[in-house]
Design a protein around this ligand. Structure first.
Ligand SMILES: [Zn+2]
Length: 215
């Protein structure tokens, strides 16, 4: 058994969190200390998880995050603060294991950074696409002023009018939304963005093109 599993054997995330000042409610929820939490979004017991900002892990992870320590130093801190019967000396031979753990942690952080970058790029590209949709709809609105009803009342135009509030809502999320909202949007609706942008674009071409032909 290594130092990490020994510490976890003795302590839950909740015990440590309460010791370091977190107020945990009877039902095991607490205001997350890792983001500006107004209502308890964190569930904490053996492990912890915040449903708002997404952080989570075990007791060692909690302490490492709380105090900005490496996992190893967090384990040492817990051993010291709780006077745990864990023989650190005996564990020093496990340094290779610790190094491997750090290496894996770093690789994981790199991976997350990469995902983060791609996500940010997607957000800004999507803002451009959606703004472009709005201006295409505007140009169709403008184009249809004074046109006969049979041209105005097309399926394409109906779809555009239907899409406009959705597009504005999405723009709100991307421009002023919380990270969690943007992430949900990315996970759930990114296909829909392509779909609607495609419809707006072909709709505009059909409306403005076909009427030009018949005029
Ligand atoms: Zn949180």
């Amino acid at each position: 058994m290594n130092i990490f599993s020994e510490v976890k054997e003795h302590l839950t995330a909740r015990q440590a969190a309460e010791y370091y000042g977190l107020k945990v409610k009877r039902n095991g929820t607490a205001c997350c200390p890792f983001h500006d939490d107004k209502h308890p979004s964190m569930k904490i017991d053996r492990n912890y998880h915040c449903f708002a900002c997404g952080v989570g892990g075990d007791v060692i992870d909690y302490v490492s995050r709380m105090f900005g320590l490496s996992q190893y130093d967090a384990a040492l801190k817990l051993i010291e603060d709780f006077v745990l019967p864990v023989d650190v000396k005996k564990n020093e031979g496990l340094n290779a294991q610790e190094k491997e753990r750090i290496r894996k942690e770093k690789a994981e952080q790199k991976r997350i950074m990469h995902i983060q970058e791609r996500f940010e790029k997607w957000c800004s590209q999507t803002v451009d696409i959606l703004k472009n949709c709005i201006s295409e709809i505007d140009s169709v609105n403008h184009f249809l002023i004074g046109k006969p009803p049979d041209i105005i009342f097309s399926e394409d135009y109906a779809q555009m009018l239907h899409a406009e509030p959705v597009i504005n809502y999405w723009l709100d999320i991307l421009c002023v939304g919380e990270v969690s909202e943007r992430r949900d949007f990315f996970l759930k609706d990114r296909k829909k963005v392509e779909e609607i942008a495609g419809k707006v674009c072909t709709g505009r071409k059909r409306i403005m093109g076909c009427s030009r032909g018949s005029a």
